[in-house]
Design a protein around this ligand. Sequence first.
Ligand code: ADP
Length: 402
Amino acid sequence: MIVFVVNCGSSSIKYQLFDMTDESVLARGLLERVGQSGSVLHHRSDETTHEIEVDAPNHTVGLKIILDTLVDPKIGVLKNIEEIEGVGHRVVHGGEQIRESTLIDDNVIKVIKDNASLAPLHNPPNLAGIEAAMSALSNVPQVAVFDTAFLATLPPRAYRYAVPRQWYEKYRVRRYGFHGTSHRYVTLRAAEILGKSVEEVNLITAHLGNGCSMTAVAGGKAIDHSMGLTPLEGLVMGTRSGDIDPAVIFYMARTAGMSLDEIDTTLNKKSGLLGLSGVSNDMRDCIEAAEKGNTDAALAMEVFSYRVAKYIGAYFAILPGCDAIIMTGGIGENSLPIRLRICQLLSNIGVIPDEKRNEEAIRKVGLITADDSKIPVWIIPTNEELMIARDTRDVVEQMAVK
Ligand code: ADP
């Protein structure tokens, strides 16, 4: 089965085309600057990346350009677009209504629209991608895979905030969580690696990329998570603050005269590693600057690692057991000093890093702790696109059975 996976952002379309017989990637790419001048398609097939300047005034035209490229006689990989048997869409927010990957119908579209106010930067472009794909591939089943779905199992004590009940009932203020597809992928892989069934695995999974989040997984199900109503809560991220005292917001409004919009932008786009280091939102740049003696960059790395360790400690305390800590995402998969530092900070709960193993496990599955570490720490590269492709295949196959 050929499955096309689409991830639409406000000005971009990322895609991968899978042959699900062996889960191989036939082509992948990114269309940038959708709706702006100077759109560029980066299309990779046959181990070559082709850069093509195109005119993509909106997602519908953008998707058509990508589909045409997939059947292009020179750089395409399909003879006919009808070879695509399922389209999987990444959708950020499914709210409380959707708990698993779902065939897209009018009701699912309504849920995506209903939750747009909770994910204003993501759900509208996700929906634009769905509408574009539905018009270009009208006979092909379209499946929505929600970032929130894996976190729908959080119990009320983890998802409710201690604010007036009406805020939850009327305005749906609660913890939803994000990156669920990544946490689910590494949970399934971890169960395989540890030789356990998913239902019996207890884990702490840390997705450390530009955005960072952590999930406590008990019996294969998410029971707590660090991101909240929005992705701003929790760990230190590239440009997001993560946890702060909410009173900082009133204080900065009243004392520094900042508007709510300015504070919103500052906490989401100018904080985190960027805000602390004054150097960059990119961990590589922070590490490089710290090595050259920049103390602000060194502090950014320490605050980042300390926050991760603190959350791991909290999740260790609430889980029924912990078979492993899993790190993934750009920083988790690559950033040796951060991984090492996090492990060192966890010595009180018996984590013992192994520096040689840490150096070996780059962008691949690997154990980075010593054999006598009380909790093993594993690096597992994430693959959200493959998870979306598998879910799409499963939903399409179930349709055929019915
Ligand atoms: P996104 O969340 O946007 O998908 P990624 O998962 O790619 O982002 O993570 C980006 C982060 O990973 C950046 O902070 C980047 O510095 C870090 N990263 C990527 N490669 C390396 C590397 N080789 N060494 C250290 N950090 C890395």
